[in-house]
Design a protein around this ligand. Structure first.
Ligand code: NAI
Length: 381
């Protein structure tokens, strides 16, 4: 592939354009808002200069990249594209109108892709004349730094096209994983309990935000505790992802959103971007210290981890992705210290199952039901 088109010069589009151009592609970036287009181009060029200062790129490389990039509002530049990745607003109707337009311009062999996080590949492809050349290519934010890319064929995608795209993304030095077109794909599905179970533990009054965060970083080796992470992502965005996944799974109680997060969102306590979330980021504020009680900490860590492992087993059980890809996705899409399935092996599947069974018996709630595959694997041994 020589020419890559990127639609949308927002957060994701500009990051994807940077990745593609640094992998020696000719990149055309199309953005409907001229102001955003100019600003994004300027910001990308500034990023390149910073990388030169840090000696990560040479001036010659940057000149090459700048020459290989075209920024425009005109879709006609897509006529020579081999691959088009759309990263515009998350709205099905808008994506439909854009893809209808693109299909009129590109050549027959051009592959079309969406970077959507929450819409199904099947639903976006429904307006295409040739849906067999369309699939999902889901990058993580920030695209130049996050190694994971989820490659998602829809029900109508041609197998060879999926394979070709996977190989192409691998050649961009990314970890490409293959995922079934299901809500949240791998990462946004399997990671839900990291937030949901932490919120539940808080709501039950077992521990405060700081203590839950401490438990996960101290005992689990996670880079950020769930509340620090939700404040970082933004409570509005994180809540919306949970709500979308919950609805898409026909209101499966495993994915039930939390009132605590909803209230934080409603109150405008969105996290770092508004200066307050679960924590107060105002200058001079002394943060609440965790209660470093090992017994509570271990309980919290074990409970959240076994819920994450159960979710990873469910993704494997429902053939969302291979065992290896599920572990790769969590390590490189959300920087987990270990893959959840390898972690389960390390702990011992019997122990994980016992913990889940205890929770299920104690609460009698469906969200704690142990996955059938996990049960089968334990009983078989
Ligand atoms: P954004 O709002 O930062 O950027 C979208 C850009 O598309 C805007 O600059 C907008 O002016 C432009 N746009 C809208 N309609 C257009 C059109 N018809 N033609 C050309 N440009 C158009 O959004 P963001 O965050 O970059 O998200 C883009 C896509 O990537 C969404 O589908 C989102 O679900 C997905 N995504 C977002 C992630 C994130 O962390 N922000 C992570 C992974 C995927």
């Amino acid at each position: 592939m020589k020419v890559v088109g990127v639609i949308g010069a927002g957060t994701m589009g500009i990051g994807i354009a940077q990745v593609a151009v640094q992998n020696n592609k000719q990149v055309v970036v199309i953005e409907s808002n001229e102001e955003v287009l100019n600003k994004s181009q300027l910001n990308l060029f500034k990023t390149f200069e910073k990388l030169v200062e840090k000696e990560k790129l040479t001036s010659e490389e940057v000149n090459l990249y700048k020459n290989a990039l075209t920024f425009t509002t005109d879709y006609n530049v897509l006529k020579d594209a081999d691959l088009v990745i759309e990263a515009i607003v998350e709205n099905l109707e808008v994506k439909h109108s854009v893809f209808k337009k693109i299909e009129e311009i590109v050549n027959d062999s051009c592959i079309l892709a969406s970077n959507t996080s929450s819409l199904s590949i099947a639903s976006i492809s429904s307006v295409l004349k040739n849906p067999s050349r369309f699939l999902g290519i889901h990058f993580f934010n920030p695209a130049p730094l996050m190694a994971l890319v989820e490659v998602i064929p829809g029900v109508q995608t041609n197998y060879n096209i999926t394979d070709l795209v996977k190989q192409e993304i691998l050649s961009w030095n990314k970890k490409a994983v293959l995922v079934k077109d299901t809500p949240g794909f791998i990462v946004n599905r399997v990671a839900r309990p990291y937030y949901g179970e932490a919120l539940r533990i808080y709501e039950e009054g077992i521990a405060d935000f700081a203590t839950i965060d401490w438990a996960m970083t101290h005992f689990g080796g996670f880079r950020m505790g769930p509340f620090t992470l939700m404040d970082y992502i933004g409570n509005d965005i994180n809540y919306t992802v949970t709500e979308t996944v919950f609805e898409a799974f026909y209101y499966d109680p495993r994915f039930k959103p939390s009132f605590t997060q909803k209230r934080h969102k409603e109150a405008g306590l969105l996290g770092r971007k508004t200066g307050k979330g679960y924590y107060d980021y105002s200058e001079g504020v002394i943060q609440v210290k965790p209660i470093e009680d090992d017994k509570i900490g271990i309980y919290i860590f074990n409970r959240i981890l076994c819920m994450l492992i159960n979710e990873a087993f469910d993704a494997l059980f429902m053939k969302v992705a291979s065992r290896e890809d599920i572990d790769t996705a969590m390590k490189f899409g959300v920087n987990y210290p270990k893959g959840l399935l390898e972690w389960a092996d390390e702990i011992g599947l019997e122990k994980v199952l016992l913990q889940l069974t205890d929770l299920f018996e104690e609460y009698g709630e469906d969200r704690y039901r142990p996955n059938p595959l996990l049960k089968r694997m334990v009983y078989k041994n």
